[in-house]
Design a protein around this ligand. Structure first.
Ligand code: PEP
Ligand code: MN
Length: 296
């Protein structure tokens, strides 16, 4: 249910603190949109932004090749994980600092700012030294100590929705960042757990529209993690933009079948270029009976 209480959040309960359950900073004047700048790239303005890159940084060649190709196709921010939150400890955990360096190098080569995930408080500093935007991954959305630490950096943050988090819990996590003094917050809907296991997750598109009613913060959609399925990425990216998202973040790999993580949901370089063309193409025309008469 739409939680109207969160919108009426400017009353205090007498002790100077916001009334219980309200989020005054994220819900303040939703119509006055916040634009978050990642270097010179505005997120939340008139134009939607596309962030793209590999799930994991693997090798110099892999990340450089991807960076140049996605930039050529129209992406404006390079993504790539150096610290990977993997379900199993036996899966590839990321290259760490070496991965940060390769990502930075690829971003510089292609002339793009870079976004990468920070999983732990102890890595915040080194990641700030290499990245332009910090991603707080879905699994860490309610890591409050990490949120407080990242807030202090003032760096742009990409705050993913937890797989089982309500919209209000997600916005409460954003409130932590704003309360900690960092207003450069971009939300990211990346699919949630539901009863339906046909796909990796369930892309909650209505939440994107709802979040835009509830907060002034920009929001983007991640169709890669939301679906887990390469063939659905392009249409779901388009749907995200159609419902009001300020951009999308998409996983891309030169050879997805060889990817060290999330290969099934990674687009090839060619598929990414096709997606970009599709995003700028017109929406499907709406059938109108009058027009039918006109052509008859
Ligand atoms: C990722 O971006 O590669 C990632 C692990 O995302 P999420 O936290 O949404 O699962
Ligand atoms: Mn991934």
């Amino acid at each position: 249910m739409h939680d109207a209480g969160i919108l009426k959040s400017h009353n205090t309960n007498g002790n100077g603190k916001p009334a219980k359950g309200t989020l005054p900073l994220v819900s303040k004047e939703p119509q006055k949109r916040t634009i978050v700048f990642v270097r010179d790239i505005p997120i939340g303005g008139k134009q939607a932004v596309v962030m793209a890159g590999p799930c994991s940084v693997e090798t110099r060649e892999q990340v450089n090749e991807t960076a140049l190709a996605v930039k050529r196709a129209g992406a404006v921010i390079l993504r790539g994980g150096a610290y990977k939150p993997r379900t199993s400890p036996y899966e590839f955990q990321g290259l760490g600092v070496e991965g940060l360096k390769l990502l930075r190098e690829a971003g510089d080569l292609a002339g793009m700012p870079v976004v990468t995930e920070v999983m732990s408080e102890e890595d915040v500093e080194v990641i700030c030294d290499h990245a332009d935007m910090l991603q707080i991954g879905a699994r860490n959305m309610q890591n409050f100590a990490l949120l407080k630490k990242v807030a202090k950096t003032g760096m742009p943050v990409l705050l993913k929705r937890g797989p089982s988090a309500t919209v209000k819990e997600w916005l409460a996590s954003a409130e932590y960042l704003l309360h900690g003094g960092n207003e450069n917050v971009v939300l990211c809907e990346r699919g949630i757990k539901t009863f339906d296991h046909s796909l990796r997750n369930t892309l909650d598109l209505a939440s994107v529209a709802l979040v835009k009613e509830m907060t002034h913060l920009p929001i983007i959609v991640d169709p890669s993690h939301a679906t887990g399925k390469r063939s659905l990425i392009s249409v779901c990216a388009k749907a995200g933009i159609a419902v009001g998202a300020d951009g999308v973040i998409v996983e891309v790999h030169p050879r997805p079948e060889e990817a060290w993580s999330d290969g099934d949901q990674s687009l090839t370089l060619g598929m990414f270029a096709d997606m970009m063309e599709n995003l700028t193409g017109p929406m499907r025309a709406i059938f109108s009976p009058q027009e039918q008469f006109a052509v008859a």
